[in-house]
Design a protein around this ligand. Structure first.
Ligand code: BYC
Length: 386
C-alpha cells in the first residue's frame, strides 16, 4: 500500500433505504461527501471507476508529450514541456490518493492498468508524430480536460473535488503553454503552419471522442449526474468545448477537418459522425498505441519495483534510492547509493555506502567505507571505519 487507504471493502454495507435517502438529500443540498461518511455501494464503485481511469489517463498521458522532451526546439520550450509532463504525473499521484480513500489500493489500480483491465482516456493512444503534436495536445486536450474538470470540481465527493481544483490551476498553465506553442507555429513559416494544421487534423477526432460517447450511448451519465459525480453530460461538455475553442482555432487561420461543423440557432453544434467505431476500438485496447503505452507502464512498474521495496523496510542489497527520506529504517545489506534529504536515516547498513544530501547518514549503525556528503553528514552514527 503506497498511501492512506482509510476504508476497506468491509465498510461496504447493503444500501439501507433510510440511509440512501439521507445521503441523497445531502447531495441535493450541496454537501460534500467525505471518505468516512456512509455512501451507497454503487456511488463508491462509480467513483473508484472514474477517478481511477482519470489517474491512469494522467500517467499514460505523460507519454506522448514526454517523447518530445529531448527533441524540443530550444531550451525554453524544453523547460516548459518538462515541467508540464512532470505536473501530469503529479496529477496522477493526487488522483490515485483520492481513489484510495474509497478502498482500492494503488497496487490494485496499477495492476489493473498494466493488465489491461482498466480503461484510460482514448486520446493517449495516438502517437505524437511531430513537435506540433505537443502544441495541439497542450492546448486542446488540456482545454478539453479543463472543461470536464472545472465542472466536476463542483461535484459531491470531497477528495476528488479538491484534487480537481488543484489540477485545474496547473492545467491552466499547460493550456497557456500549448496555446503559445500553437500561436508560434500558426504564425510562423509556411512549413510551421503546415505542421500545426496537419497535427490539428489528426487530433480533432480524438478530441471529440475525449468527452465520451454521445449521451444516447452513455451508460453511466444518468447515475453520475444524479449523485453529482459528473456535473454535465458528455454532449454538454463537448458543446461547451466547441463554443469556447472553435472560434479561437479559426482566429489563428487554422481550419477544422469537418465541413459539417456549425453552430445551430439553439446554441448546440452539429458535426459529422466522428467515427464512434474507432472510439470504441481505441477504448477497448485496439488503438494505434495502446499496446505500446501499456508496455511502457509495465516496464516502469518492473524497473521501479526495487525502489518501492527499498523504501518499505526491506532487507536489500545494492540499492540506489533518490528523494526525501530515501532508505529509512532499513536493514540493508551493502553498497547503497542514496541521494536526497534525510538519506540513510535510522538504518543498519553493511558497507560501501554513499549518501549525499542534507542529514545524510543520520542515526545509523553502519559498517565501513562510507562516504557522506552534505550538511550534517555522519551525525550520531555508530560507524565502523573509514
Ligand atoms: N476514453 O457511460 P460513459 C489530461 C468509457 S488527463 C476512454 O459516458 P462516463 C491530460 C467509459 O469509461 C484527463 N474511455 O462514461 C493528461 C465507459 O466504460 P466503462 C482525463 C472512455 O464515465 C496528460 C464507457 O466508455 N480526463 O487531461 O459517464 C496530458 C461508457 O461511457 C472515454 C478524465 O479522465 C474516453 N474518452 O463518462 C494532457 C475525466 N469516454 O468504465 C492532458 C474523468 C468514455 O463502463 N472522466 N469512456 O468500462 C470522466 O469525466 C468520465 O469518465 C467521461 C466518461 C466523461 C470520460
Amino acid at each position: 500500500m503506497y498511501g492512506n487507504t482509510n476504508l476497506t471493502k468491509d465498510f461496504v454495507i447493503d444500501d439501507d433505504p433510510t440511509m440512501l435517502s439521507e445521503f441523497e438529500s445531502r447531495i441535493s443540498s450541496g454537501d460534500k461527501i467525505e471518505p468516512k461518511d456512509w455512501m451507497p455501494k454503487e456511488y463508491r464503485k462509480q467513483l473508484i471507476r472514474m477517478i481511477e481511469q482519470h489517474a491512469h489517463s494522467e500517467i499514460i498521458g505523460a507519454l506522448p508529450e514526454g517523447t518530445w522532451i529531448t527533441r524540443a526546439p530550444g531550451f525554453r520550450r524544453k523547460l516548459a514541456l518538462m515541467a508540464k509532463v512532470q505536473d501530469e504525473v503529479g496529477h496522477a499521484q493526487l488522483l490515485y490518493s483520492a481513489a484510495e480513500t474509497l478502498g482500492k489500493s494503488r497496487e490494485e489500480m496499477v495492476n489493473d492498468l498494466i493488465s489491461g483491465k482498466s480503461k484510460y482516456s482514448n486520446v493517449f493512444n495516438y502517437p505524437a508524430k511531430t513537435w506540433a503534436d505537443t502544441a495541439v495536445i497542450g492546448w486542446l486536450i488540456d482545454a478539453a480536460a479543463i472543461v470536464n474538470q472545472l465542472a466536476n470540481a463542483k461535484g459531491s465527493y470531497g477528495p476528488y473535488c479538491r484534487a480537481l481544483e488543484r489540477i485545474c490551476y496547473e492545467e491552466s498553465f499547460h493550456l497557456k503553454q500549448g496555446h503559445d506553442n500553437t500561436v508560434y507555429l500558426a504564425t510562423g513559416t509556411p512549413q510551421q503552419r503546415e505542421m500545426v494544421q496537419e497535427a490539428l487534423n489528426r487530433w480533432w477526432r480524438p478530441v471529440i471522442h475525449f468527452f465520451g460517447p454521445p449521451d444516447s450511448q452513455s451508460v453511466h451519465s444518468e447515475k453520475l449526474i444524479k449523485w453529482k459525480i459528473k456535473m454535465m453530460t458528455n454532449d454538454e461538455m463537448r458543446n461547451q468545448f466547441f463554443n469556447m475553442y472553435v472560434p479561437k482555432i479559426h482566429e489563428l487561420g487554422l481550419t477544422l477537418p469537418d465541413p459539417d461543423l456549425k453552430k445551430n440557432n439553439d446554441g448546440t453544434w452539429s458535426y459529422s459522425d466522428p467515427d464512434w467505431d474507432e472510439f470504441w476500438a481505441v477504448v477497448k485496447g485496439n488503438g494505434p498505441c495502446n499496446k505500446e503505452r501499456i508496455a511502457v507502464r509495465r516496464m516502469a512498474e518492473e524497473r521501479g519495483r526495487w525502489v518501492r521495496e527499498a523504501l518499505q523496510n526491506n532487507t536489500t542489497d545494492n540499492n540506489s534510492a533518490f528523494g526525501f527520506y530515501a532508505l529509512n529504517s532499513n536493514i540493508s545489506g551493502a553498497r547503497n547509493n542514496t541521494v536526497g534529504v534525510n538519506a540513510l536515516t535510522l538504518n543498519t547498513i553493511g558497507s560501501n555506502n554513499n549518501a549525499f544530501g542534507y542529514y545524510a547518514l543520520r542515526n545509523n549503525t553502519i559498517g565501513y567505507e562510507n562516504i557522506a556528503i552534505g550538511n550534517s553528514s555522519l551525525r550520531n552514527n555508530t560507524t565502523g571505519k573509514y
